[in-house]
Design a protein around this ligand. Structure first.
Ligand code: URA
Length: 291
């Protein structure tokens, strides 16, 4: 995945041959220039040519959209927007740190310093970056990534599954904010047999001591005698909410796994493993919270 390599290639000189800016080493490395563009300066859109900026096709390629050549084709086809304006000339110089770049309407993660991870939290790990009781934390699981990341929401100590981490503060804030109602899906192991009206109870609302909670979706995944597996999707993230709601309807949870956050799936990620989100996944996350 190309986005994974951003910041790891050796920078020979900074964009447009300007002296290196020490505050932005990752950007210089990511957008290291060569002289392969044949456009005329007069052809450039003065509105979008940011002095000292980076050529649009290089920003797209570094963000993992595709090869430089395929990014040029996207630009030529009018599929790329910068700050809401379609840009067809691939000589345009842009500021990936401050301008919003979209391909086919989906925002791309243009800033080379931003990291987006999916982690499969195992049970027995605290969803914090440090723990004064010395327990294993999610920081221990992503130590290799180096960057200072925020986790988007939390899972209980014994709950497993998907946690997103990023240093994109605005995205993390929106994903966790109830206003954006990002859907989260959980697989829960509960004692069977399941009561017949379980789905209806969960989707019409269960009274908890801090208010009613409503499941957006419910389905039975498996049911075999004394054990059942159910899947619930909720748009809120109150503490222990899935465990409390299932206990309230007579099915206390023995195992809980979060399998999806918004458009991102846990998939086959191994317990304790993490992976970088793809450019398309980050675009979908932005779209899910109106960014
Ligand atoms: N609901 C719970 O009960 N636990 C979690 O970790 C997340 C949602």
């Amino acid at each position: 995945m190309r986005a994974d390599n951003r910041g790891t290639t050796g920078g020979r000189r900074s964009p447009a041959g300007q002296p290196a800016r020490p505050a932005q080493p990752a950007r210089e490395a990511a957008y290291d220039e060569d002289d392969d563009w044949g456009g005329e300066p007069g052809e450039r859109d003065s509105l979008l040519d940011v002095p000292g900026g980076v050529r649009l096709q290089k920003v797209l390629a570094a963000a993992g959209v595709g090869s430089r050549r395929s990014c040029e084709e996207l630009i030529g086809a009018g599929r790329v927007e910068v700050d809401g304006e379609v840009v067809r000339r691939f000589g345009a110089r842009v500021d990936p740190d401050h301008q919003i770049i979209r391909v086919d309407g989906k925002r791309i993660p243009a800033r080379a310093d931003l990291v987006y991870l999916a982690l499969n939290k195992p049970p027995g790990v605290v969803s914090t970056m440090s723990d004064d009781r010395g327990r294993r934390t999610i920081a221990d699981l992503i130590a290799d990534h180096g960057e200072r990341l925020f986790h988007v929401g939390r899972l209980d100590f014994e709950t497993e599954g998907l946690i997103l981490l990023t240093n994109d503060g605005e995205l993390a804030h929106r994903l966790a904010h109830p206003r954006y109602g990002v859907l989260k899906t959980y697989l829960a192991e509960v004692p069977g047999p399941l009561r017949r009206d379980l789905g209806r109870r969960l989707t019409t609302g269960v009274e908890l001591d801090d208010g009613t909670v409503v499941a957006d979706r419910f389905r039975v995944v498996d049911q075999a005698g004394a054990r059942a597996m159910v899947e619930l999707t909720l748009h809120e993230g109150r503490k222990h909410v899935v465990r409390r709601m299932l206990a309230e309807v007579g099915h206390p949870v023995s195992r809980l796994v979060r399998t999806q956050v918004g458009p991102i799936s846990l998939g086959s990620l191994r317990p304790a493993a993490s992976r970088r989100l793809t450019t398309a996944e980050v675009g979908e996350l932005y779209a899910a919270v109106g960014m």
